[in-house]
Design a protein around this ligand. Structure first.
Ligand SMILES: *Cc1c(COP(=O)(O)O)cnc(C)c1O
Length: 452
């Protein structure tokens, strides 16, 4: 099997042929073997979207052990924005591997951790004085943002929103809205977590952003009380909850209320960050300046890293030793992050996210015109989704959604689903995908809708 049959024409990754190519059914025999071993060796709670055994990935494709080349519209859940095995990342991590692999920053510090903090402080919204702290996963960073907000405000309550997803650890499960599969049977959950209604333009009758914010604020004031509230946490565009873009004005009104009431406003930009939406951070689309920004996923080209970045007076509240962890800001991950940030900048990937968005929105809206089952097309930049419904009632159609995804997978296109009602297909291609591959993949999605 030769993986390389044409020179790389893309920014990221090994020189893989940028083609969809199926040489076996999905899964092929080697992938089936791996799935059989997985069933015997790996806990059942660790699910998989597509039953393949990946051996290489780059540009806009994933190659499996049977030689199938799949178009990647998931980026490992919005992680490999700079492309898999991005050459800048590979070079930086390789050099770091040969220098040292770990000291624990809180024991014996090193340059790259500080450099990542400096870059985050520059890149996140607002020109106030900032500090950053680094962690390993999105959930761990969310936990720390809440810790920091509580320590700073000396208050305990935290408000999260309907359809929110913030992770799988105990506190972040509590912040997450969806029961199955994230919460069911995993309680008890952390206390002092409250939920407020979101702005969900497709499903709230077109409530304006201002009115949706007023509704949320009224509920917070009546049920929690600002004087008890340490933080509100929100994804500027909800990820797992269904790529819900709140109505214009919703986020600015919440920020204004939080500022007036000394409540820490935390933007969970774990999925929306790092160029994904056509800006460094999705908060920028409405000009909001969060007090704390949580980042992870797209930050380091696939290496595990996350961060909390925010106002110095809030971030500096905790005493030395109050924040940290053995691996947080691991030198390999920091080297990767610096290289990934360089790639976003030098390779024009944020601009590319906007171009990808125009292709996605254009093609999906055209599909929607002729297909009443596509209730909504929404998103920003390279973070776009369709919500599938029963045309007569507008009720969510999770079965159609699962069938379309299964058809796409069988035909060599990796798409992800999401949404509280399981009826959203989301598109999160690597920002290194070519227009040709993207268009071909959308053609397969169109075929899938036609076939169902
Ligand atoms: C994925 C995600 C998380 C959790 O990140 P992990 O790295 O999986 O812990 C938190 N918030 C949002 C918005 C996410 O998309």
């Amino acid at each position: 099997m030769t993986l390389v049959d044409s020179p790389a024409t893309v920014i990221g990754g090994p020189a893989l042929s940028q083609k969809r190519r199926l040489v076996t059914a999905i899964p092929g025999p080697r992938s089936q073997e791996l799935m059989a071993r997985k069933a015997e060796a790996v806990a059942a709670g660790v699910g998989t979207t597509i039953p393949v055994s990946v051996v290489a990935a780059g540009g806009g494709v994933l190659v499996d052990a049977d030689g199938n080349s799949l178009i990647d519209l998931g980026s490992g859940i919005a992680v490999t924005g700079v492309g898999n095995a991005n050459p800048r990342v590979v070079e930086a991590v390789t050099a770091q591997l040969n220098a040292f692999t770990h000291t624990c920053f809180t024991v014996a510090p090193y340059d790259s951790y500080v450099a990542v903090a400096e870059r985050l402080n520059q890149l996140t919204p607002g020109d106030h004085v900032k500090r950053s702290a680094l962690f390993n996963s999105g959930a761990e960073a969310v936990e720390n943002a809440v810790k920091i907000a509580r320590h700073h405000t000396k208050r305990q309550a935290v408000v999260a929103f309907d359809h929110a997803y913030h992770g799988r650890t105990n506190l972040t499960m509590g912040l997450t809205a969806k029961n199955i599969p994230y919460k069911s049977g995993f309680g008890p959950f952390a206390s002092e977590v409250y939920r407020a209604p979101l702005s969900y333009p497709y499903r709230d009758g077109g409530l304006s952003g201002a009115d949706a914010a007023a509704r949320a604020i009224l509920q917070i004031e009546k049920q929690v009380g600002a004087e008890n509230l340490a933080a509100v946490i929100i994804e500027p565009i909800q990820g797992e909850g269904g790529f819900i873009v709140p109505a214009e004005g919703f986020l600015p009104a919440l920020v204004k209320w939080a500022n007036e009431n000394d409540v820490v406003f935390i933007a969970d930009e774990v999925q929306t960050g790092f160029g994904r939406t056509g800006a460094w951070f999705a908060s920028e689309h409405e000009g909001i300046v969060p007090d704390l920004v949580v980042t992870a996923k797209g930050i380091a080209g696939g290496l595990p890293l996350s961060a909390v970045t925010g106002r110095a007076e809030i971030m500096d509240s905790a005493m030395a030793g109050g924040l940290g962890g053995t691996y947080g800001g691991n030198p390999l991950a920091c080297a990767a992050a610096l290289a990934a940030i360089e790639s976003y900048e030098a390779d024009g990937l944020i601009e590319r996210a906007r171009e990808i968005g125009a292709v996605l929105i254009g093609r999906l809206n055209a599909l929607r015109t002729g297909d009443a089952r596509i209730g909504d097309v929404r998103g920003r930049g390279a973070m776009v989704a369709i919500e599938l419904v029963h045309p007569e009632t507008g009720e969510p159609d999770a079965r159609l959604t699962a069938d379309v995804a299964a058809y796409a997978h069988a035909n060599g296109v990796l798409v992800l689903t999401c949404g509280t009602y399981g009826n959203v297909i989301r598109f999160l291609p690597p920002l290194t995908i070519s227009d040709e591959l993207l268009t071909e993949a959308l053609g397969v999605v169109a075929d899938a809708l036609r076939a169902e």
